[in-house]
Write a protein that binds this ligand. Structure first.
Ligand SMILES: *Cc1c(COP(=O)(O)O)cnc(C)c1O
Length: 434
C-alpha cells in the first residue's frame, strides 16, 4: 500500500491548485500520484494563471536566484526554501561556426552539458521532484533511470539528506554508474532494459512508500523541464525562438518546453508567436519518430538497441503528446543512426567546443538532417537543446577520435612529429579536394 501522505503546511501562497488528468480532466489533490483513477491517463499540475499573471514580472524573475528557482511561482512547490544546488541558468550560446557548417544563420545551443550538479538537464527535474518529495513527507527517494537521472537523484538526495535507492539497467556506461555510486546511494543494477526497470519500479513504488521522482512524483518532476523553455525566452531577450530541436526519450522534456513557452505567453511575460518543435531520436530506439512518420496517434513499443542509452526508452509515456506537438507546430521528428550520432558529437565539439553525450549527438545529427531536408529555414532563430555531458559516455567515441602524438622530451622529436602531423593534415585536405 502507498504510504498515507499529509501535505506539509503551506509556507507560501501556492500558485498551483492540484492535479488534473490530461485525458479525461478529472481533478485530484496535489499528492504523490501520477495516473488517473478513472481512465489511467497521466496527471498534470494545474496552476492559477490569473493569480500568476498578477504576481510575476520580468524584473522579479531577473532579480531572483541564478537558478531554476527564479521561476518558482511556475513550479509545483509550496516552500520558499527549495533545494537549490545551482541547477539551471546554463549558457545559451550563439553557435556561429556550427551554423555555417550546416548552412543556416541563427543557431543557438542551450548547453545543459554544464548543468549543476551532475552535468545533465535531469538536475532540473530532480531539484523540483525532491523539493516536492520533502514537502510531501518522503524520507526515501528513488528513480528508474537510463543513467543521468540516477546521477541527479543520488547527488541532490545527498545534498538534501534524503535516503536514496536508484534503479538502472545493468549495461550502462561506466561514467554513468560511477557518477551515481560516488554519492553512496543504494544502486540496483537490473538485468534488463529501461522499460523492464521502469515496470519493476512501479511495483516497488506501490509496496514501499518511496518517492519515485519519475513515477509517483512524475507530475512534479516533469514540470522542472519547463525551465528549459523559460530560460531560453529570457536569454533571447524576452523573445520566443522560431524553431527548437530537442531529444526525445519519454517525450516529457519536449512537451514541457512547449508548456513553458505557452505559459510565459499566457501570463504576458513574452509576446506570442508560432514556434516549430522538432524532435530527435536514435534509430535503434525510435518509437516516437516511427509514429510521427506513419502518421499514427498511438505508439508501438520497441526494444532499444542504440549507443544513445540515456534516451533509449522503448515505451515512451509522453510519446503521443510529443507527436501531437511536432505535428501541430509544423515541426518534425527524425531519427539518426549510431554512426551519425558519433559524427554529431564530434561536429559539436570541433565547431563549438562543447563535448556532449550521445543524446546531444542525436540532437545535432537530427538538426543536420533537418537542415539538409529543407525543414529548417536558414533564417529561423533555431535553438538546439544539448542535454548531457560527453565525459559520461566516453565509450561512444572511443576509436573514432585522434590519438596523442607520443614524443621524446626533445625539440627535434617535437619538430619531426609536428611535420608528420602537418603532412597528414595536408593529405586529408587533398582527399577532401579530390
Ligand atoms: C532523460 C534524458 C533526455 C530525455 O528525457 P525525456 O524527458 O524522458 O524525453 C534527454 N537527454 C538526456 C541526456 C537525458 O538524460
Amino acid at each position: 500500500m502507498t504510504q498515507a501522505i499529509t501535505p506539509t503546511q503551506r509556507t507560501t501562497a501556492a500558485t498551483f491548485t492540484g492535479l488534473k488528468c490530461k485525458e479525461c480532466g478529472a481533478e485530484y489533490e496535489a499528492k504523490a500520484m501520477h495516473v488517473c483513477e478513472l481512465c489511467f491517463g497521466p496527471l498534470e499540475v494545474v496552476y492559477d494563471y490569473s493569480a500568476l499573471s498578477r504576481v510575476v514580472t520580468r524584473e522579479k524573475i531577473q532579480n531572483g536566484p541564478k537558478s531554476i528557482w527564479r521561476y518558482r511561482p511556475f513550479l509545483p512547490v509550496e516552500t520558499d526554501t527549495p533545494i537549490d544546488v545551482g541547477t539551471g541558468m546554463t549558457p545559451l550560446l550563439k553557435a556561429n561556426r556550427l551554423a555555417r557548417r550546416l548552412g543556416i544563420k541563427n543557431l543557438y545551443i542551450k548547453n545543459d552539458a554544464v548543468n549543476m550538479p551532475t552535468l545533465s538537464f535531469k538536475d532540473r527535474v530532480v531539484s523540483v521532484a525532491l523539493t516536492r518529495a520533502r514537502e510531501l513527507g518522503f524520507t526515501t527517494v528513488s528513480c528508474a533511470s537510463t543513467g543521468n537521472l540516477a546521477n541527479s537523484t543520488a547527488a541532490i538526495a545527498a545534498h538534501a539528506g534524503l535516503d536514496c535507492c536508484v534503479f538502472i539497467p545493468a549495461d550502462l556506461e561506466a561514467g554513468k554508474v560511477l557518477g551515481t555510486l560516488i554519492y553512496a546511494p543504494t544502486v540496483m543494477a537490473v538485468q534488463g532494459n529501461y522499460d523492464q526497470v521502469n515496470r519493476l519500479c512501479s511495483e516497488v513504488a506501490n509496496t514501499h512508500g518511496w518517492g519515485f521522482v519519475n513515477i509517483n512524483l512524475r507530475p512534479y518532476y516533469s514540470e522542472g523541464s519547463k525551465t528549459l523553455g523559460y530560460e531560453v525566452i529570457e536569454q533571447l531577450g524576452w523573445q520566443l525562438p522560431d524553431h527548437i530541436v530537442a531529444p526525445l526519450a519519454s517525450g516529457s522534456l519536449f512537451t514541457k518546453i512547449y508548456k513553458g513557452f505557452q505559459e510565459f505567453v499566457k501570463v504576458g511575460l513574452v509576446e506570442g508567436k508560432d514556434v516549430r518543435f522538432s524532435g530527435a531520436q536514435a534509430e535503434g530506439c525510435s518509437p516516437i519518430a516511427q509514429a510521427y512518420r506513419e502518421d499514427r496517434d498511438f505508439i508501438t513499443p520497441v526494444k532499444p538497441n542504440t549507443i544513445a542509452k540515456s534516451i533509449a526508452i522503448g515505451n515512451p509515456a509522453d510519446g503521443v503528446y510529443a507527436v501531437e506537438i511536432a505535428r501541430k507546430t509544423n515541426g518534425a521528428i527524425e531519427s539518426v543512426t549510431d554512426a551519425e550520432i558519433v559524427d554529431g558529437i564530434k561536429l559539436l565539439a570541433e565547431t563549438e567546443g562543447i563535448f556532449t553525450e550521445t543524446a546531444g549527438g542525436t540532437t545535432i545529427a537530427t538538426l543536420k538532417k533537418l537542415v539538409e531536408a529543407g525543414k529548417i529555414d536558414p533564417d529561423e532563430t533555431t535553438v538546439a537543446y544539448i542535454t548531457g555531458n560527453g565525459l559520461k559516455t566516453q565509450e561512444a567515441v572511443q576509436g573514432y577520435i585522434g590519438e596523442p602524438l607520443t614524443i621524446e622530451p626533445r625539440l627535434d622529436s617535437f619538430e619531426r612529429a609536428l611535420e608528420r602531423a602537418q603532412t597528414l593534415d595536408r593529405l586529408e585536405w587533398q582527399q577532401v579536394l579530390v
